[in-house]
Design a protein around this ligand. Structure first.
Ligand code: SAH
Length: 269
């Protein structure tokens, strides 16, 4: 992680930065452009949610630097990440900044691009498969379905939503996908109910998509808090609120029972 500050400015040609969307956690969902960038990388700065099991073989020439944020601790701050990226690029290296999902979906990718611009570093962005779409799909949930939902909104649950946002989502009446939403689930679910969303609206929480411990909890808007607490739901997870959840087929009998229960609840509500 050393800065190449001992080199005299101007004595090496400037390197480059490529922001790479690493997809939702499995190397199989890396794009060909992502694989090529990794193969050519001298340095890879990677996140916790980016696929990192097989990184040494995907990026054989590269120094691998883990800048991932773990629950409760922040090994490298956002400014620290940007500084590392810039320092390595200025010392002539090809830097890959490997991020989970898509770099421009809540990934602070645009801040990293601006940091490169400020420092005169060539930067390119390789789109990735976002967890917002792929993780529900891994649980058998399509975000749109003809006759059921013709729109979806992807929203960050990092901070509680405003009343205007909750009202807007309720009025829109289509699929809602929440990332980083486990912590704000109480205010989110109560807020949607308060703005008139039906109590029986199906909700799915998919934890750790594409890992061996992927798990889906299916519930309804009025019961999701109790069900999430009973299941011990934890981040990282993607929340889906909407009728499309009824289409879920995860192959997991517990999830199917819950879908059936949500459907019964809706009929008798
Ligand atoms: N840029 C990323 C999102 C970054 S925000 C993307 O496009 O996917 C991080 C949030 O994404 C997590 O808190 C979680 O809500 C979601 N997430 C990312 N990968 C996930 C996975 N494999 N399983 C479940 N949720 C995931």
């Amino acid at each position: 992680m050393t800065a190449q500050s001992s080199r005299t400015a101007g004595s090496v040609s400037t390197g480059s930065v490529t922001l790479v969307g690493g997809g939702p956690g499995t190397a199989e969902l890396l794009t060909i452009a992502a694989v090529t960038a990794l193969q050519q990388a001298d340095v890879v700065l990677f996140d916790r949610l980016a696929p990192n099991d097989d990184l040494a073989s995907l990026a054989p020439k590269a120094t691998l630097i883990d800048v991932g944020k773990r629950a409760g601790s922040h090994p490298v701050s956002q400014t620290g990440i940007e500084d590392l990226m810039v320092e390595h690029a200025l010392s002539g290296q090809r830097v890959v900044r490997l991020k989970g999902g898509d770099p421009y979906v809540f990934g602070r990718g645009s801040e990293e691009v601006l940091a490169c611009h400020r420092n005169g570093i060539a930067v390119t962005v390789i789109s990735g498969v976002t967890s917002a779409i792929a993780v529900p799909a891994a649980a058998g949930i399509p975000l749109t379905h003809r006759g059921i939902s013709h729109a979806f909104t992807v929203i960050s649950g990092h901070a509680p939503l405003t009343d205007n946002e909750l009202e807007g989502l309720t009025l829109l009446g289509s699929t809602i996908v929440v990332l980083m939403g486990v912590g704000t689930l109480p205010t989110f679910s109560q807020g949607l109910l308060r703005h008139g969303m039906p109590a029986a609206m199906p909700v799915a929480i998919i934890e750790r998509g594409f890992s061996a411990t992927q798990r889906t909890t299916v519930s309804t808007l009025s019961t999701v808090l109790a069900d999430a607490a009973a299941a011990g739901v934890r981040s990282p997870a993607v929340l889906v609120v909407g009728e499309v959840v009824r289409l879920a087929f995860s192959g997991d009998s517990a999830a199917e029972d819950l879908v059936a229960r949500a459907a019964e609840f809706a009929v008798s509500d």
